[in-house]
Ligand binder design. Sequence first.
Ligand code: URA
Length: 210
Amino acid sequence: MSSTLTIVDHPLVQHKLTLMRRTDTSTAVFKQLLREISHLLAYEVTRELDMTTETIETPICEMEAPVIAGRKLALVSILRAGNGLLDGIVDLIPSARVGFIGLYRDEETLKPVQYYNKLPANLDERLTIVVDPMLATGNSSAAAIDLVKQAGATNIRFLCLLAAPEGVARMAEAHPDVPVVTAALDEKLNEKGYIVPGLGDAGDRMFGTK
Ligand code: URA
């Protein structure tokens, strides 16, 4: 089984992504665009949530109205760049439970090193959406998904802004049960593990650290 890859080709997503890719886009604008895009991506990644109904009173009459079924969903951000996507999703789903996984990429081996892990309870009963803007080698994403699976999650999706074919292949091999949602599938990785054409270092661009 290979994981499904969904590319959100909505014109608003694609236009905003182009603005984000541009070198001359400022930190403030980059951050704002990421927040706006994350609303649109959240819409897509939650499209198939299970629904139920509850009886409510409108000013006119009683009705059976649709609501999302089950436990509040869990959002897990891979620090630090994941927080840029997370903020916008929390705008839309303020009651979501939020976890953080701290992984940094060893610049020589390109392998993830864990330094933080705090996850919501009862992951086995929640849809868990793991977020990181850049699916590059896929090593950090696969490692983060290992951790949420160890914590009990079985219904997992991975949301990113940009994906490289190498990262998509790594996820399909490591976690074929985890659907991946992205705004674009770029061409390749360069020798430093950056996505080409990409947008550079997402963390640096959103936090202005370079
Ligand atoms: N992480 C980033 O921030 N950018 C890339 O291109 C790859 C990994």
